[in-house]
Design a protein around this ligand. Sequence first.
Ligand SMILES: Cc1cc2nc3c(=O)[nH]c(=O)nc-3n(C[C@H](O)[C@H](O)[C@H](O)COP(=O)(O)O)c2cc1C
Length: 275
Amino acid sequence: MLDFTINEETCISCGQCASDCPAMIISMDTNLPQIAEDLAQYCIACLHCVAVCSEGAVSILGYGPEDGITLDTATVAGPEAVELLIKKRRSVRNYQDENVDPELTERLVAVASHAPSAHNDRALLYTLVDDKGIIYDLRDEAFAGLEQLIDAGNLPEGMEMFVDIMAAWKISGKDILFRGAPHLLIVSADRDCAAPLQDAIIALTTFELYAQANGIGTIWNGLATLVISELVPSLKQRLGIPENHEIGYTMGFGLPALNYQRTIARKAPRINRVK
Ligand SMILES: Cc1cc2nc3c(=O)[nH]c(=O)nc-3n(C[C@H](O)[C@H](O)[C@H](O)COP(=O)(O)O)c2cc1C
């Protein structure tokens, strides 16, 4: 079932795959790594056994060393580059009225899907709106739904800000709801998986950093998340998000219409150092 295969000619019996296996199901009893049949069910498919093997001798679930990138210091970004990427990330609220190259968008999502997930569930659904024409339709539907709620006096308590957002749209065509982003990525997961919300947020955090490394602007969108998941439920259906899915969050993205010229200062973090 797991197709756990060891290249007996190259395996040096170092036991690293066994000691790094989070499910602790790899034994070295015969000097070669093995997984007993009755333990296979506990594998969480993390592929650490493949990743850790210095000899490239391990394959599992149809994946082997040839499916990954061999790591050395030359292939991993240094700390300065990563620090700059984290510090230069900004919420972008000015976009070009252009579609992002769909191949790039697919790569961004594919890379983001490497983000960790609880119990390695990997159960996220990436709902992608990567055509600006569709965004225009969604925006119209969202504002029409909001207007109905407002006119009927059915806006839930604490959501009065949508009255002003609606007015800005109607009076001056200012889109505070989607912030003019031509694309949306909504990450959701079955409520039954181990940590649907956390997994979605981590995936979007990864997406955001990689998107910005590729010159694509992003915006975390709490307002659109509220509208899609609570206020205008027909949108969830229109987007094809399954009923039993919890929406983790919504992120707008697209080609930025401006460039930030510098990083900014932030207050020092509050640290509760335990002694
Ligand atoms: C969970 C979350 C929800 C957010 N929702 C919105 C939103 O609905 N609209 C918006 O314009 N910005 C939204 N933001 C962006 C924040 O306002 C922004 O991150 C903050 O002002 C700091 O700016 P920076 O991201 O450029 O560092 C959200 C950010 C987070 C993390």
